[in-house]
Design a protein around this ligand. Structure first.
Ligand code: PLP
Length: 442
């Protein structure tokens, strides 16, 4: 079966995948993957033609939507012409992608090092910060995810870090502004004062960089309080610390701007990206740097390399994907439909006692569920699940709505090409599903 072209059923695909391949972040006996045969726009289908609305853009990455012919054509043409050239060569797609990214990234971010994904972009960002400053420490938050490689997992604050500890040396924690649904958020001034104290205690002159997801992704779609990003930028400037914006998930239109830092007009020293850069049609990540950092590597060696750095297929996919954002006005669309999503989320809050909080910025959204509106006890514990959250996940799946259900939350992150009618269709399923969790409210 594995060597013939015979069609496999969904059950056969799942069985072989489970037997011979390893699923990430899971005990293998608990995984129950959906077999996927094809996808178009906001939908994907199983081999048996069950249709799902992709309300998580797979892994918050297929931002332009599935099966866009313009990107597929660009990949095909590049594959026919030059599928690979080593990273010491110069190719037209690499040239054009670097120039295009310089145009759309904030401020004087001007030069890019290409990787296979987000984790490698962050690994290189911290190494660049260390090489540029000659310092070694990196500050990162608990409520964060930065990737699954050694350095990126040490930067990561969420429980995916635990098994990788002790990790790389030199990483310390800076304060979070959000403290869970029961305690809520601090003001920018409060968090910045505590950040300053941590820098003083660490010795600011030993700190190479601070890395943040400007809008936190898997750890809760956390939008920073007003003034926080500007204040963090000022603190970094004061102490000669590089500010790294991890835009792997929040970048490329997801929040209604090209990059989430653009909401606060903050220019980071280094910016990391992946996911929406190619909408995942081909894997690609990048770290972008301001002109003065790029200039540093005119005379100093850039110690970093990857066989697939600037892979032509990926560069071609990125160029075509960026053209789609522009041609279809997807950044603006995410902003406008983000307002519609806000209304739909507020409606859920009003009508469902189990909805404790909702947040969104553009088409980057989340619902936090509670067992009790007064105490705001979450419907599942930190890093855990509950029968009610599992039942909700099963309901979404049965009704053909795919999204991430994590702890006491679920995400609302559709492809940016979604229409208002499709958005409402998905929220109608969510509305029904919440009757299950409402029954758990005491
Ligand atoms: C904010 C953020 N940074 C980094 C990564 C890691 O990216 P990758 O899985 O492409 O290595 C992710 C992945 O989810 C992410 O959300």
């Amino acid at each position: 079966m594995t060597t013939t072209t015979e069609m496999m059923t969904g059950a056969e695909i799942v069985e072989l995948c489970r037997r011979h391949t390893i699923y990430e972040w899971s005990a293998q006996s608990t995984v129950d993957p959906i077999p996927v045969a094809r996808a178009k726009g906001i939908y994907f289908w199983t081999p048996e033609n069950k249709r799902y609305i992709d309300f998580n853009s797979q892994l918050m990455c297929v931002n332009i939507g599935h099966g866009d012919e313009r990107v597929i054509r660009a990949i095909n043409e590049q594959a026919a012409k030059l599928p690979y050239a080593n990273p010491f060569m110069a190719t037209d797609v690499r040239a054009r992608l670097g120039a295009k990214l310089a145009e759309i990234t904030p401020g004087d971010i001007d030069a890019f090092f290409f990787t296979n994904g987000g984790a490698e972009a962050n690994e290189n960002a911290i190494r660049i910060a260390r090489m540029f400053t000659g310092r070694h420490k990196i500050g990162a938050r608990y409520r964060s995810y930065h990737g699954g490689t050694a350095g990126a997992l040490t930067l990561t604050g969420d429980p995916r870090r635990w098994a990788a500890e002790p990790g790389i040396p030199g990483v310390f924690r800076i304060p979070d502004f959000y403290h869970g649904i029961q305690r809520g958020s601090e003001t920018a001034a409060e968090v910045l004062v505590r950040t300053e104290e941590v820098l003083q205690l660490e010795g600011a002159q030993t700190v190479a960089a601070i890395i943040v997801e400007p809008v936190v992704g898997t750890n809760g779609i956390l939008v920073p309080p007003d003034g926080f990003m500007q204040g963090l930028r000022a603190l970094c400037d004061q102490h000669g610390i590089m500010l790294i914006a991890d835009e792997v998930m929040a970048g490329f239109g997801r929040t209604g701007e090209w990059f989430s830092v653009d909401h606060w007009q903050v220019v980071p020293d280094l910016i990391t990206m992946a996911k929406g850069l190619t909408s995942a049609y081909v894997q690609l990540g990048a770290v972008g740097m301001r002109r003065q950092i790029a200039d540093h590597f005119e005379k100093n060696v850039f110690y970093g390399g990857l066989t697939y750095n600037s892979h032509p297929l990926a560069c071609a996919a990125a160029l075509a994907t960026i053209a789609v954002y522009e041609e279809d006005g997807l950044i603006e669309k995410a902003r406008l439909l983000g307002n519609v999503m806000r209304g739909l989320l507020e409606d859920l809050e009003q009508r469902h006692p189990s909805v404790g909080a909702t947040r969104n910025i553009g088409l980057f959204g989340i619902v936090e569920l509670v067992r009790n509106r007064e105490t705001r006890e979450p419907l599942a514990p930190f890093n855990g699940t509950s029968p009610e959250m599992q039942a909700l996940g099963r309901f979404f799946r049965q009704e053909g709505l795919y999204t991430f259900v994590r702890w006491n939350t679920f995400f609302t992150n559709p492809p940016l090409c979604i229409t208002e009618a499709e958005l409402r269709e998905a929220f109608a399923i969510i509305d029904k599903g919440l009757e299950i969790t409402d029954r758990a409210v005491v």
